[in-house]
Design a protein around this ligand. Structure first.
Ligand SMILES: [Zn+2]
Length: 280
């Protein structure tokens, strides 16, 4: 019995070690402040809760240095908003968007330019993620087929996608995805299909060399609280798919031991070093 137990323990340990023995080739990741979104009524994002409560969402871009090139995940609010100290309020008045420092400046501080980005992917196509997308037309675009069809099809506005943000991406080199995608083929950066918020919403799994695995949620959830309590906005494209994606990612996180980093959760991101510093 004792022997069986030690064999089981050894197997378990081997199972755990497996996750960390596969560090991949990510060298480091920069978490970049890519704006702020001030909302009048948080209950739009947490139905039935926080009614009438104003709230400030963070907005982040993530720049990954991999041995095979730079990858940018999300592009934040538009750099032009940096010239608007009072921000830009959406026509329905629900959100005022700010950009404190242009993304181009943040990249410059790190020592790169937009043309250095080889792989460009966004969690989805809303304006607070596509704000600077046009800067990355020389990269390979990694997008779910469903999102691509919605964004570049005739009904983009119906989905709430600001097409001007992506006009330079029309017709560029693209890898259309139909599910998960291992970007570098070594398991270190994997796009996870998490539809629901939009037709082809995706999240990003990154294995950092020292911290280990991290899941960047995009807008699958908007707050750590929403992740923990399975809460999604009423305006999501598909409610059932949204909850299914959360459940799938909860299982994935349990399996991989990944930390969950929620793009818009400002309080969580306060604890994460920001560019020009980096995480590794
Ligand atoms: Zn967002």
């Amino acid at each position: 019995m004792k022997k069986l137990f030690s064999i089981l323990a050894a197997l378990l340990l081997a199972g755990c070690a497996h996750v960390f023995e596969k560090p991949g080739k990510v060298e480091r990741m920069y978490v970049i402040e890519c704006g702020e979104n001030h909302v009048k009524d948080l209950s739009r994002w947490t139905p039935g809760q926080n009614v009438g409560k104003p709230f400030v969402f963070g907005d982040h871009c993530y720049l990954i240095k991999h041995a095979r090139g730079w990858m940018l995940w999300d592009s934040g609010n538009a750099d032009r908003l940096a010239a608007m100290p009072d921000g830009l309020t959406a026509p329905n008045g629900a959100v005022t968007a700010f950009m404190r420092k242009p993304l181009v400046e943040s990249l410059k501080e790190i020592g790169i330019e937009p043309k250095d980005i080889r792989y460009f992917a966004m969690s989805h196509s809303h304006g607070d993620h596509t704000g600077n997308a046009n800067l990355f037309a020389s990269a390979l675009l990694l997008m779910q087929s469903a999102e691509y069809a919605a964004l570049f099809g005739p009904d983009a506005q119906k989905y709430g996608f600001p097409v001007a943000n992506v006009e330079k991406l029309r017709g560029i080199q693209v890898e259309k995805l139909n599910g998960d995608f291992d970007v570098f083929g070594d398991g270190s950066v994997v796009i996870k299909s998490t539809p629901g918020h939009t037709p082809g919403h995706q999240s990003l799994f990154v294995v950092l060399p020292k911290r280990g695995p991290v899941l960047l949620t995009g807008d699958m959830v908007h707050l750590v609280y929403s992740w923990e309590n399975d809460i999604v906005p009423g305006f999501n494209f598909d409610q059932a798919a949204s909850h299914k994606s959360i459940a799938a990612m909860k299982a994935f996180v349990k399996e991989t031991g990944a930390q969950v980093w929620v793009n818009h959760d400002k309080a969580q991101h306060v604890l994460i070093p920001k560019a020009p510093n980096f995480v590794e």
